[in-house]
Design a protein around this ligand. Structure first.
Ligand SMILES: C[S@@+](CC[C@H](N)C(=O)[O-])C[C@H]1O[C@@H](n2cnc3c(N)ncnc32)[C@H](O)[C@@H]1O
Length: 148
């Protein structure tokens, strides 16, 4: 991502209609599969500037945010998030079976992800057996805009 995009994302992600719509869709999917519990361990892989963690993911358990960009993690720190790791989705710095839920929103199609297969292998490794992976990615090329 272009460096300036992180600041723009930070500014709009708690109020822009697209983010709010995605939050509603994501919550309804999570509620379908997860009962409320505070002890669940969650990894938000490619967490960006942290809005998902600070607005709703924390309701589902203890969330660790991971992103390879220091600019993204700076945004997370500004939101007072402290469980953070700077790393790539292709080399996740956690031991096997560490998480009950992994979320990854609009990350695997990024140019900086060298191999989505490797990323998925890493997600599988750090997810406990029976854990859940929630991936969000664009479905159709015709939805791509200048921004993408
Ligand atoms: C479109 S943003 C989405 C951010 C956030 N998940 C959201 O929904 O707002 C893509 C994010 O993926 C991160 N990213 C790109 N390549 C990555 C990689 N190889 N490993 C980890 N994060 C990566 C970028 O730094 C950026 O924060």
């Amino acid at each position: 991502m272009e460096p300036g995009e992180y600041e723009r994302m930070f500014q709009v992600e708690t109020r822009h209609w697209w983010y709010l719509g995605m939050q509603t869709i994501t919550r309804s999917l999570l509620n379908r599969f997860l009962a409320p519990t505070a002890s669940r361990k969650i990894l938000d892989a490619g967490c960006g500037t942290g809005a998902a963690m600070s607005t709703y993911l924390a309701e589902y358990g203890n969330v660790t945010g991971m992103d390879f960009s220091p600019l993204a993690l700076k945004g997370c720190q500004t939101r007072n998030l402290s469980w953070l790791a700077q790393a790539s989705v292709t080399a996740v710095p956690f031991s096997a079976e560490s998480f009950d839920l992994i979320t990854s929103f609009d990350v695997l199609y990024e140019r900086a992800v060298a191999s989505d297969t490797l990323a998925l292998t890493e997600f599988f490794r750090v997810l406990r057996p029976g854990g859940l992976l929630l991936l969000r990615l664009p479905a159709y090329n015709w939805l791509r805009g200048q921004h993408d």
